[in-house]
Design a protein around this ligand. Structure first.
Ligand code: PLP
Length: 349
C-alpha cells in the first residue's frame, strides 16, 4: 500500500475542536452557545410544507430571495450580501479570497479559535494580537495583516470592543477587516454601517445563535460589492441547499420573533450574571448569549468537572490566557435553575 500524500499544511495542523455534543439528553447543555428556544414557528411551517420533489433540482446558486431579504433588512443592495453554509464558511472564503499564500491573517487572542485553523489550512502566517489581561482592546498594527478578524462582541470573552477604536483601526488597516458579529443580535451595538461605508470592511452574521438555527448552517457577510464578489467567485456553486434557503428566508422574515427571543435571553443573562456575582464569581459584562466568568474558591477546570458530574456542561478552554475562566451559555428557565442549584451544591450552601 502506498503512503497517502497529505498536503504538509494539513498534516501539520491541529483540527478545530468543536464543543461537545453529548448523547445523554439529561445533560444540561450550556457549552456551545446554541439558542434554548426553537426557531420561529414560520420556519416549522415552511419545513412541513416543503415539497420533496423540489429536491430534484439544484438550488439557486445565488440564493437570490434570501439575499434580497437580508439586503433589505440591513439597508444594503443584494450585491453587498454573500450567504454561506454557516458563517464559518464565509470566514474560510474570506481567508481564501483576501490572503495571498504566505500572507498574514490577524486576530486577537483570545477570540474565535477557528481563525488560526483557517490560516493553517491556507498556509497563511498569523498575526496574533493579545488583548489586555482584562480582555480589553489593544490597537493592532494596521500594516501587519492582509485580513484581520475582529470578533465583536468577542467570544469567548462576551465583551463588545469600543466602537471608536475599532473604527479607526478599520480606516487605518492596509488589509480587509472582517468583523465577526455572530452574537451581535444580543448586543447594544453593531457595525453594519461600517461595512456599508468603508471599502475594506466586512461584517459577518450567523443564524445559529439569535435565530435558533445552528442545525441549519446559514450565515452571511455584508460589505462592499467588490469584496463580496471576490468571495462569491470562489464559493461552491451550490453552497446553500434548497431547504436551508427556504427556512432561512422564513426566519429572517420573522424579525419580531427573533427580537422577542433575544430580548428574553438578554434579560435572563443579566439575571444569571447577578446570581453568579452573588455567589462569588467574577462575571464580565456580557453582550452575547453567554457569560464569561472567573469562578472563585476552586480552579475553573475543577468547576468544569464538578458541574459536569452534576450533568451541567459548560465550556472550559485550556489555553493559558483563558484557563481561569468558564464560558456558560444562557439556557432556558429550567437550565438556569439547574445551573444555579448545581453551583450552590458545589459551594455547599
Ligand atoms: C465568533 C463566532 N463566529 C462564528 C461562529 C460560527 O457560526 P456558524 O454556526 O454560523 O458557522 C461561531 C460559532 O460558535 C462563533 O462563536
Amino acid at each position: 500500500m502506498s503512503t497517502p500524500r497529505i498536503r504538509t499544511s494539513v498534516a501539520r495542523m491541529h483540527a478545530y475542536v468543536p464543543g461537545e455534543q453529548p448523547r445523554d439528553s439529561a445533560i444540561v447543555k450550556l457549552n456551545t452557545n446554541e439558542n434554548p428556544y426553537p426557531p420561529s414557528p414560520r420556519v416549522a411551517e415552511v419545513l412541513h410544507a416543503f415539497a420533496a420533489d423540489r429536491l430534484r433540482l439544484y438550488p439557486d446558486p445565488a440564493c437570490t430571495a434570501l439575499r434580497e431579504e437580508i439586503a433589505a433588512l440591513h439597508g444594503a443592495q443584494p450585491e453587498q450580501v454573500l450567504i454561506g453554509n454557516g458563517s464559518d464558511e464565509v470566514l474560510a472564503l474570506a481567508l481564501r479570497a483576501f490572503v495571498e499564500r504566505g500572507g498574514a491573517a490577524g486576530y486577537f487572542v483570545p477570540s474565535y479559535s477557528l481563525y488560526p485553523i483557517l490560516a493553517a489550512i491556507e498556509e497563511a502566517r498569523t498575526y496574533e494580537v493579545p488583548l489586555t489581561a482584562s480582555f480589553d482592546w489593544v490597537d493592532p498594527d494596521p500594516e501587519e495583516a492582509d485580513l484581520f478578524f475582529v470578533t465583536n462582541p468577542n467570544a469567548p470573552t462576551s465583551l463588545l470592543h469600543p466602537r471608536a477604536a475599532l473604527q479607526s483601526f478599520c480606516r487605518a488597516a492596509r488589509g480587509v477587516v472582517l468583523i465577526d458579529e455572530a452574537y451581535a443580535d444580543f448586543a447594544r451595538a453593531h457595525c453594519i454601517d461600517l461595512a456599508l461605508s468603508t471599502d475594506n470592511v466586512l461584517v459577518t452574521r450567523s443564524l445559529s445563535k439569535s435565530y435558533g438555527l445552528a442545525g441549519l448552517r446559514v450565515g452571511y457577510a455584508i460589505g462592499p460589492a467588490p469584496l463580496i464578489g471576490a468571495m462569491a467567485k470562489i464559493k461552491d456553486s451550490y453552497n446553500l441547499d434548497a431547504i436551508a434557503q427556504a427556512l432561512a428566508l422564513a426566519a429572517i422574515r420573522d424579525q419580531t420573533y427573533m427580537r422577542e427571543r433575544t430580548q428574553r435571553i438578554r434579560t435572563d443573562r443579566d439575571e444569571v450574571a447577578a446570581a453568579l456575582r452573588e455567589r462569588g464569581f467574577h462575571v464580565y459584562d456580557s453582550e452575547t448569549n453567554f457569560l464569561w466568568v472567573r469562578p472563585g474558591r476552586m480552579e475553573a477546570a475543577e468547576w468544569f468537572q464538578a458541574l459536569r458530574e452534576r450533568k451541567i456542561l459548560v465550556r472550559h478552554f485550556a489555553q493559558p490566557e483563558v484557563r481561569d475562566h468558564l464560558r456558560i451559555t444562557i439556557g432556558d428557565e429550567d437550565a438556569i435553575e439547574a445551573l444555579l442549584q448545581a453551583v450552590d451544591a458545589i459551594l455547599g450552601v
